[in-house]
Design a binder for this molecule. Structure first.
Ligand code: GDP
Length: 351
């Protein structure tokens, strides 16, 4: 680690966003930047297996690519002139942050820059982290969960995005939080997906309610809720809707499941989580548009972040689709899931 560790933690503020005119000179003390010293902030999570280790691992490819591009944009340039800012803009757009967000980030720098201002690339990165954290904190945040009471989470997403694995990860997370969990295998279209869930269920010690392939998804949810009530389960995870052939079909399937939940589990908290595959970039964005046009999506789980340099997509989902990003999938194991925390995400991406 660098001496970042010994720096005091400072919070991003509106002032830091640039209104106060921030210097980027090397000699300057610099702006009130976000100086996350992760291992200090999360002492309980220092290990590779902890939050910070997993987040950094998940964002490694994206981080490397962005930083290479930022460094290349700055190479041989002593000042932050307009041409350099444009290079920087391109570098950020290329990392799938979304055009709008990339322009906003660079505009933040442009506002503060003085003619012929000397710049230090590390300070510039700190400043970008700060700007990005502010933009992400301004994006929709997840709805607050009441502290107690049973809940049911509908997990939607097209086949292959990592939905089954994500259901298993969420089940694991609930278990670790001390909840009793049950999985409903209501994506009945693929026999392999049902078997996969059963396998995860056995590994994790979680009951999986299923039917024969091709069965009625709403009937699976009905059975699962009956079982959940009898077994005093806290969290039912419903693996559902893996096809996007026709929106009508999707809508019918989900609204039938919705009616079953209303009848069988009135008063339970209900949310719909959309799983997207981070490796598919714009394709994932258009899937998100389609799903959210059919069903109110409460949040997104961005899977396979570890396998792509397109991790900036999380920012595009939050800022351009205005959907809260709740979770990041960072590997194939049940524990490879981290919650999306805007400041830490910005620091891991650009810091
Ligand atoms: P589904 O068809 O949407 O249910 O997708 P699966 O859950 O079967 O996942 C498809 C493939 O992606 C499998 O090989 C998973 O192990 C893999 N996968 C899922 N999530 C992640 C992730 O976060 N990171 C990585 N590297 N692989 C993942």
């Amino acid at each position: 680690m660098t001496d970042e560790r010994s720096k005091p933690e400072t919070k991003p503020s509106a002032a830091a966003a640039g209104a106060a005119g921030v210097d980027l000179d090397e000699e300057d003390e610099g702006p009130d930047v976000l100086q996350i010293a992760p291992e200090r902030q999360f002492p309980e999570e220092e290990s590779r297996k902890g939050f910070w280790g997993k987040l950094k691992r998940g964002l490694l490819m994206t981080h490397t690519e962005i930083i290479d591009k930022v460094n290349a944009a700055m190479e041989g340039r002593a000042t932050l002139d307009e041409e350099t800012l444009e290079f920087l803009e391109e570098a950020l757009i290329g990392a799938d942050l979304g055009v709008e967000t990339s322009l906003e980030l660079v505009d933040g720098l442009r506002r503060d820059v003085r003619p012929q201002q000397a710049v230090d690339v590390f300070k510039l990165r700190e400043r970008l982290v700060d700007e990005m954290a502010i933009l992400l904190l301004d994006a929709p945040q997840p709805p607050r969960q009441p502290a107690s009471g049973p809940r049911v989470t509908l997990v939607v997403g097209v086949n292959g995005v990592g939905k089954t694995t994500s259901v298993a990860k969420l089940a694991r997370r609930s278990q670790l939080d001390g909840e009793r969990v049950l999985i409903a295998a209501a994506d009945t279209f693929r026999a392999a997906a049902i078997e996969q869930l059963e396998l995860w269920g056995r590994r994790l010690g979680v009951d999986v309610v299923r039917t024969a392939p091709g069965g009625d998804p709403a009937a699976v949810v009905f059975d699962a809720l009956q079982a959940a009530r009898a077994r005093r389960v806290d969290h039912v995870l419903v693996d559902t809707a893996g096809r996007l052939h026709t929106k009508d079909h999707l809508m019918q399937e989900l609204s039938k499941i919705g009616r079953v939940i209303e009848r069988e589990a009135p008063g339970w908290q209900r949310s719909t989580l959309l799983v997207l595959d981070a490796t598919t970039g714009q394709n994932a964005i258009s899937q998100a548009r389609t799903f959210s046009a059919v069903v109110p999506v409460d949040g997104v789980l961005l899977a396979k972040l570890d396998g792509t340099a397109k991790g900036g997509m999380a920012v595009a989902v939050a800022r351009e689709l205005r959907l809260p990003v709740l979770w990041l999938g960072v590997g194939e194991q049940a524990e490879d899931l981290v919650e999306f925390r805007p400041r830490e995400f910005a620091a891991a991406l650009l810091g």
